[in-house]
Design a protein around this ligand. Structure first.
Ligand SMILES: Cc1ncc(COP(=O)(O)O)c(CN[C@H](C(=O)O)[C@H](C)O)c1O
Length: 341
């Protein structure tokens, strides 16, 4: 099976497994795990923030950030297709008591200054007040869009002018950095906090990093504990995360493979794709084939990916899929489409 469901499916390398086995560990709740401490230090440096917190998942990183930034009853300004409101089980309401004020950012994938200003609510006797702006880069549901430095900075500046902090869901921020050819901290710098995933394109088995100002990270550490994310000898999974930080540059291979995949799928009658910015390929399926049927037929032919709606699907290239396997996947999709006709 060529698994293109997500870049979350990558399996740890032998070097990562060895690092896990040999990791120096301690009780991380007491701050005693040397592997976690080293990972947090290096991760903070990489994204230009004072401190960082190792969390078990990207969802926890985002939800801990939202809870730490906001007060119950406030509003969160966010793109209507953002992961934090679309794929995190209603966490902004359930865990933080926050209401989402959704903005349609369209293909731009990040709100304009005007959209931030229009969505902002001033707290009053009657009104909730805006507690946070959340942006996403790359933007998953809008096709792995790499949002540019200027666009991120514009949204952050507009929020800051209104006294509103900004959290960057940077699950794939290194994909954006590599695709745009800019240093990660050019993309993370304008935001107050950033969450990025070690367990996606970077290939670690577990974990994400929430980074920001020292005071914020200390408050976030307590929220992580509240959410049950206080880990003990977590060096076992932090050590592979340290190796994952060395996989940033190779993300360019995933992007090249995504372009090869998209071009191959475009040659199949009835299918079309948008030119991918990064490792995510959004596939449009012609009217007379339901995306679910295509996904099922492809699975029978040895390619796995997921439908997004009745007429579109998402395919992700990643560390565990080679260029040759991408080409083979295109051939298998072609055979699957043929079987549907
Ligand atoms: C932008 C963004 N932010 C946060 C997360 C959450 O990370 P995890 O909780 O899965 O580690 C994801 C994972 N995205 C996963 C995927 O793409 O397959 C699924 C959809 O949850 C994400 O894409």
């Amino acid at each position: 099976m060529i698994d293109l469901r997500s870049d979350t499916v990558t399996k740890p390398s032998q070097a990562m497994r060895d690092a896990a086995r040999d990791a120096e560990v301690g009780d991380d709740v007491y701050g005693d795990d040397p592997s976690v401490n080293e990972l947090e230090r290096r991760a903070a440096d990489l994204v230009g923030k004072e401190k960082a917190l190792f969390v078990p998942s990207g969802t926890m990183g985002n939800q801990v950030a939202i809870r730490t930034h906001t007060e119950r009853g406030q509003e969160l300004v966010v793109d209507e297709q953002a992961h934090v409101v679309k794929w995190e089980v209603g966490g902004v309401a359930d865990l933080s008591g926050v209401q989402a004020r959704m903005v349609d950012c369209g293909p731009r994938a990040v709100p304009t200054a005007a959209q931030v200003e229009a969505a902002h609510v001033e707290e009053s006797l009657h009104r909730p007040g805006t507690g946070l702006l959340c942006v996403e880069n790359t933007h998953n549901s809008r096709g792995g869009v790499a949002v540019g430095v200027d666009e991120i900075a514009e949204a952050c500046e507009a929020a800051h002018d209104l006294g509103v902090p900004v959290h960057l869901d940077g699950a794939r921020v290194f994909n954006a950095s590599v695709a745009l050819g800019v240093a990660p901290e050019e993309l993370t710098g304008p935001a107050d906090t950033v969450n990025f995933c070690l367990s996606k394109g970077l290939g670690a088995p577990v974990g994400s990093i929430l980074a920001g100002p020292e005071g914020f990270v200390e408050r976030a550490r307590r929220v992580r504990k509240l959410f049950g994310g206080g880990m003990r000898q977590a060096g076992i999974v932090a050590a592979p995360g340290l190796l994952a930080l060395e996989n940033v540059d190779r993300l360019a291979e995933d992007h090249a493979n995504a372009r090869t995949l998209a071009a191959g799928l475009d040659d199949i009658a009835g299918l079309s794709t948008r030119e991918p910015d990064t490792n995510i390929v959004m596939l449009s399926v012609e009217a007379d084939v339901h995306a679910d049927d295509l996904v099922a037929a492809c699975e029978e032919h040895g390619v796995a990916f997921g439908a997004r709606d009745a007429s579109s699907a998402r395919l992700c290239t990643h560390l565990d899929v080679s260029r040759a396997e991408v080409r083979e996947a295109v051939d298998r999709v072609a055979a699957a489409v043929g079987s549907l006709r």
